[in-house]
Ligand binder design. Structure first.
Ligand code: XBP
Ligand code: MG
Length: 245
């Protein structure tokens, strides 16, 4: 039984975190704010999921300004505009095997869905730029951003998507790239395949159904890292059915 695939977005569909980081930094500069997030700091800040939540955390922990003087929602809205423009400009591409697995799912009649902490605006920009104008309509459910109050690692966004799909957790598979994402999916009861990304390679992926370098292509198989799928080339619908059984 494989009733649906539920994809994370940032780090899983695409290596987007450098674009998010650049969008934050450009937004700070345009607002005359002195902060610049380098890779090492951003790696630490990613422990807090969600851009607004990350900003609040940064202000509380690091920023020299009085947090009350910064309009986090307005700053984040400006960042979202910059990020979506970068994506529309072609600066993001899908990770190996993503388009193939999406096609595979469609051919097998397995619905696909999205569960992400980023905004719907950003998800639509990424899908349109990488898969074409109406790509979002191929997803049976999209759970994004603030539709739930508690972001990953809370299970809420996955519970929301399961509810929208009308499916049971044990019949679905989640695809994630981070410890926070894995924790969220697992807390919702969903078996999870992890493809670590730029900022998450050192994360703890204990409890994952499988951990592979990426989803794999026929001519460029994944590297198996843990769990199911050793000796196989790709994450496919057939493979997921076997791994879940
Ligand atoms: C991704 C995130 C997001 C992005 C920024 O987590 O944490 O916050 O970094 O996006 P996941 P926004 O892949 O687990 O969903 O600024 O739009 O929140
Ligand atoms: Mg992610």
């Amino acid at each position: 039984m494989l009733a649906a695939l539920i994809f994370d977005v940032d780090g899983t569909l695409s290596e987007t975190e450098e674009l998010h980081r650049n969008a934050f930094n450009e937004t700070f500069a345009a607002a005359g704010l002195p902060w610049r997030w380098n890779r090492s700091l951003y790696g630490e800040l990613l422990a807090v999921a969600g851009g607004k939540e990350r900003l609040s955390h940064f202000l509380a922990a690091h920023a020299p300004l009085n947090p009350g003087k910064v309009d986090i929602a307005a700053l984040h809205a400006a960042k979202t505009q910059r990020y979506a423009a970068m994506v529309a400009d072609g600066q993001a591409s899908l990770r190996p095997g993503v388009a193939r697995l999406l096609r595979d799912a469609t051919e097998a009649g397995v619905p696909v869905a999205i569960a992400t902490t980023t905004s719907l605006e950003n998800v639509e920009a990424l899908l349109e730029a990488t898969l074409g104008g109406d790509a979002a309509t191929a997803f049976a459910a999209i759970g994004a951003g603030d539709v739930v109050p508690a972001k990953k690692p809370a299970p809420d966004i996955y519970a929301y998507v399961l509810h929208r799909l009308g499916l049971r957790a044990e019949d679905c598979v989640a695809l994630e790239d981070s410890h926070n994402g894995l924790a969220a999916a697992r807390a919702a009861g969903i078996a999870t395949v992890v493809t670590p990304s730029l900022y998450t390679r050192q994360d703890d992926f204990g409890g994952a159904l499988a951990v592979t370098s990426d989803l794999g292509e026929a001519e460029a198989p994944y590297h198996h890292l843990a769990g199911k799928g050793d000796g196989e080339p790709m994450v496919t619908i057939d493979a997921l059915r076997r791994w879940l059984a």
